[in-house]
Ligand binder design. Structure first.
Ligand code: B4P
Length: 191
């Protein structure tokens, strides 16, 4: 099974991915987490990505696609893969389509979390107070929302046009309530 957890910044992708990974025994691949690990390690990739992320911008497609290409085959050896934070542009989606086609795989589902923007900003500012993430400043959050509308939203149309089941899930409520809706949506997609 290969699925995507999709949504704007702060919609609960990382939060829900942890639950989906456990319940459906999927390997969780988060490009945000991979990039933050690169930043923490001080690698050349991390230095380049860290500046871009702190400004709230998307890192270059080529860099992210190379990272996913390097990790996908190993992740695919288990029961399945859950992609979190990737693809974030139509070019990334096309690159993923090609990677999956090369291996004879197809996407089983896209879960798209819907959360109003005011709630997203509130969550990220709360996380800034708790975790102090470099990209959770008011200015970076505004830029991340802008990038989401400009470049990322179109990924959903890309998949709808291809007939991939795109399940829109209400992301408001407790993490458990949201997960209940996701569980039902994935269950319907996988029968
Ligand atoms: P990500 O790590 O993907 O960051 P995110 O969009 O903020 O999602 P995250 O998973 O962290 O937050 P979540 O919604 O779970 O990316 C970070 C940056 O990396 C990007 O801005 C970009 O620069 C770069 N990047 C990553 N992938 C890329 C790609 N493919 N191409 C280019 N650049 C890329 O949770 C947010 C907060 O809400 C948390 O504090 C959580 O506790 C809270 N929350 C979750 N669910 C809740 C609920 N139901 N109710 C209340 N609060 C909730």
């Amino acid at each position: 099974m290969i699925g995507i957890i999709f949504g704007p910044p702060g919609s609960g992708k990382g939060t829900q991915a942890a639950r989906i990974e456990k319940e459906f025994r999927l390997k969780h691949l988060s490009t945000g987490e991979i990039l933050r690990a690169e930043v923490a390690s001080g690698s050349p990739i991390g230095k380049e990505a860290g500046r871009i992320m702190a400004a709230g911008d998307l890192v270059p497609d080529e860099l992210i696609v190379d990272i996913v290409r390097g990790r996908l085959p190993e992740a695919e050896t288990g029961a399945g893969v859950l992609l979190d934070g990737f693809p974030r542009t139509v070019r990334q989606a096309q690159a993923l389509d090609a990677m999956l086609a090369d291996e004879g795989h197809t996407l089983d589902f896209v879960i798209a979390l819907d959360v109003p923007e005011a709630e997203l900003v509130e969550r990220l500012l709360h996380r800034a107070r708790v975790e102090g993430r470099a990209d959770d400043t008011r200015q970076a959050i505004a830029e991340r929302m802008h990038e989401y509308h400009k470049l990322t939203e179109a990924v959903l149309d890309h998949y709808s046009r291809q007939g991939v089941p795109v399940k829109r899930v209400d992301g408001l409520g407790s993490p458990e309530e949201v997960f209940g809706r996701i569980r039902r949506a994935i269950g319907i997609s996988s029968v």
